[in-house]
Design a protein around this ligand. Structure first.
Ligand code: ZN
Ligand code: ZN
Length: 271
């Protein structure tokens, strides 16, 4: 298909880079989550408001009907509101249940599911994050869930593992945890949700100094920061990148539409 010729074989595209409800509500940055095409799995991580629209507007195009995997790190509305719209794309015209959704139990159970009941019946596999457990949405992709701590809701990061490719990871909304330095140490590329310029009491989000400290321990080749709040957006991506990049780690502040290749060098191809 056209898209396969236009993008690398494996890549992510930032449909949105909004951090916090304030940025979502102003749409200073889009809130669509991250498209990934990796090891045969194709879909969106944390499809917030506008995810389907940003997908349809992407250039080169990405078809929502080609989705076979959706990942929710947690149930907050800026991470989950478009899950049903994307699940519609994943299951459209399918004669039998199709696709894979990975989410937290509190996204699905307890009578307040973010995934509509009728939609879940059309999905082949609904899997739940368990800390340290792998799930396999495609033959060459394992997703290892990593427990987070985030303002009273269940929340997990993910490590994407292919057999003959470097691992890469995602740290979602969370307080900084000691376990991260061990869990993410093998990742050559890491995407980190960083909402704050400085730590704030009782706010379970990563801040710039905490990200800097973690990167000094796990030393990935590339770190891509997203989900930035107003003060970080005011600071500007160039400045953040200069401040945090080292000889070992190139730090990139994500922008809406940015594409990162997952084929070898984690190059920033656009944005
Ligand atoms: Zn968030
Ligand atoms: Zn959140």
């Amino acid at each position: 298909m056209q898209e396969e010729r236009a993008y690398p074989g494996n890549f992510i595209r930032f449909l949105g880079t909004a951090g916090t409800r304030f940025i979502m509500l102003s749409q200073r940055r889009s809130s669509g989550g991250i498209w990934f095409s990796c090891g045969g799995a194709r879909g969106v991580i944390d499809p917030g408001p506008g995810s389907l629209v940003r997908l349809c507007e992407a250039k080169p195009p990405i078809s929502p009907i080609s989705i076979n995997t959706i990942i929710l790190t947690h149930r907050h509305v800026d991470h989950s509101s478009d899950v049903n719209a994307l699940a519609e794309g994943m299951t459209l015209k399918a004669a039998k249940p199709r696709g894979f959704v990975l989410l937290t139990r509190d996204c699905f159970e307890g009578g307040d599911s973010v995934l509509m009941n009728y939609m879940s019946k059309r999905i082949k596999m609904v899997a739940f994050h368990e800390d340290g457990a792998d799930s396999e949405p495609a033959p060459d992709l394992s997703l290892e869930s990593v427990a987070h701590s985030h303002n009273g809701v269940q929340c997990f990061g993910v490590i994407f593992k292919r057999t003959c490719a470097p691992h890469w990871g995602l740290i979602s909304d969370t307080a900084p945890l000691e376990s991260f330095s061990k869990r993410y140490v093998g990742c050559e590329m890491i995407v980190i949700n960083v909402a704050l310029s400085m730590p704030k009491a009782r706010i379970d989000h990563m801040s710039l100094p905490e990200v800097e400290s973690l990167l000094g321990t796990i030393c990935p080749r590339t770190a891509v920061l997203t989900h930035m709040g107003n003060d970080l957006l005011d600071m500007g991506g160039e400045r953040i990148s200069r401040k945090l990049s080292t000889n070992r780690t190139k730090v990139i502040a994500a922008t809406d539409g940015m594409v990162i290749s997952l084929d070898g060098d984690f190059k920033n191809l656009e944005g």
